[in-house]
Design a protein around this ligand. Structure first.
Ligand code: PMP
Length: 406
């Protein structure tokens, strides 16, 4: 274990070492079957029982009520960019068979690179009119960056949209809807149409299981790839309100786009997520991580941990900003708790900062290629002590290279 680096990577990300050690046992012999988890049938009693326990633990951790189904699939967040559109347009078709395609409206809140991509995919899918309910770039420092979550007056939602889409945490850009509803950077739930069956869709890929999800029961769909906070890549988790699991073939008969069988939520639901072979290994490790999280105190524990880690990081960033060495890339109130992004000011100093971190065993700090700078991802498995090591390195670095004297 001594050779393990501190991994600040944005995904796939760090996993708890004790869980990985446990997983090596399961790789050889899963739950006493004598067969390794990568070798066992997904239809075996042992695996299907395990899958049920993973579902129960997700329900427990996020307090998911029976109004919503938990579905397991593959294809990552990017596949859901298309799947949410197809399933929700099929639902809308069944509800309003007479409407013309152009009168089926999809509302997209664009706050960063991922929601922008999702809106582009919705346009590609056709069969609707994509409306941008808010574009945060209009409220940025240069009209083109995603550096801000705008205040409520920036949003305009349609009357009866087929979906209302947002991304809770923009991993690339480092902005996040605040979980504090009093914050100006929180999602404006109060502006949404008052509809018991709100078609609200949230991409939680990047903050899933780092804290409770506000208004979870008001959502039509919440989805997330496992590979940030809870497991290896390959597993995508969906929380779908039951009225959004519709007969997509009946909708297609009325003119909706046919939904590929494995993208249909009904296929997943009718087959307990076992229509085809699921990502067995990824589900296994995710299950171990969820057990571990419950032992530590569930999402209250992680929300506290995330708050502490991110607060310390933003504090040292602010201090470095005063010294003229660091510069935060996003507006203060919009800063993500999971991904802290900043520039290192001065010729050649970014490369020096990254190299110095690597020498100290800290990896994965280079910013996304479209944004540059430094990105520190502090997903659940990055401990407070590991975060403290980075913070003391940032303090030393700022002290050595400061431009402004206090
Ligand atoms: N949405 C968000 C918020 C993400 O962070 C990512 C991946 N980093 C994606 C979607 C895309 O997920 P995937 O790579 O699993 O397709």
């Amino acid at each position: 274990m001594e050779s393990r680096a501190i991994n600040f990577g944005a995904g796939p990300s760090a996993l708890p070492a004790s869980v990985l050690e446990e997983a090596t046992k399961g790789l050889l012999n899963f739950n006493g079957t004598g067969i390794g988890i990568a070798e066992i049938s997904h239809r075996s009693k042992e695996f299907t029982t395990y899958l049920q326990s993973v579902e129960q633990n997700i329900r427990k951790l996020l307090d998911v009520q029976p109004t919503h189904s938990i579905l397991f699939t593959q294809g990552g967040g990017s596949t859901q960019f298309s799947a949410v559109v197809l399933n929700m347009l099929a639902r809308h078709r069944l509800l309003h068979p007479q409407l013309k395609d152009e009168d089926r409206v999809l509302d997209y809140v664009v706050t960063g690179s991922w929601s922008k991509k999702a809106a582009e995919e919705a346009r590609r899918m056709g069969g609707s009119t994509v409306k941008i309910a808010a574009d945060s770039r209009k409220y940025s420092k240069d009209q083109k960056s995603f550096d801000n979550i705008p205040t409520a007056d920036a949003y305009s939602f349609s009357n009866d949209p087929a979906l209302i889409y947002y991304c809770a945490n923009e991993t690339v850009d480092g902005v996040e809807f605040s979980a504090e509803e009093t914050s100006p950077a929180s999602f404006p739930y109060q502006l949404l149409p008052k509809n018991a069956l709100l078609p609200l869709v949230g991409d939680y890929s990047s903050s899933f299981m780092s804290r409770p999800i506000p208004h979870l029961s008001d959502h039509a769909i919440i989805y997330a790839g496992a590979q940030k906070n809870i497991g290896p890549a390959g597993l995508t988790i969906l929380i779908v309100r039951n009225d959004c699991i519709v007969d997509v073939d009946a909708a297609a008969k009325l003119g909706a786009t046919p939904v590929p069988i494995c993208l249909s939520y009904k296929t997943l639901a009718d087959n307990n997520s076992l229509y085809n072979t699921p990502p067995v290994l990824s589900i296994y490790i995710t299950g171990l991580v969820l057990e571990y999280m419950l032992q530590l105190g569930g999402l209250d524990y992680y929300a506290g941990l995330t708050n502490r880690k991110s607060k310390k990081l933003y504090d040292v960033l602010k201090d470095g900003q005063t010294k003229g060495i660091f510069e935060g890339k996003v507006k203060e109130s919009s800063g993500s708790q999971m991904n802290v992004v900043f520039d290192v000011v001065g010729e050649g100093l970014l490369a020096k900062f990254i190299a110095g971190a690597e020498e100290r065993g800290m990896k994965g700090l280079k910013g996304h290629r479209s944004v540059g700078g430094v990105r520190v991802s502090i997903y659940n498995a990055v401990t407070e002590e590991e975060t403290d090591q980075l913070i003391s390195y940032m303090e030393q670095f700022a002290g050595r290279h400061k431009v402004n004297e206090e």
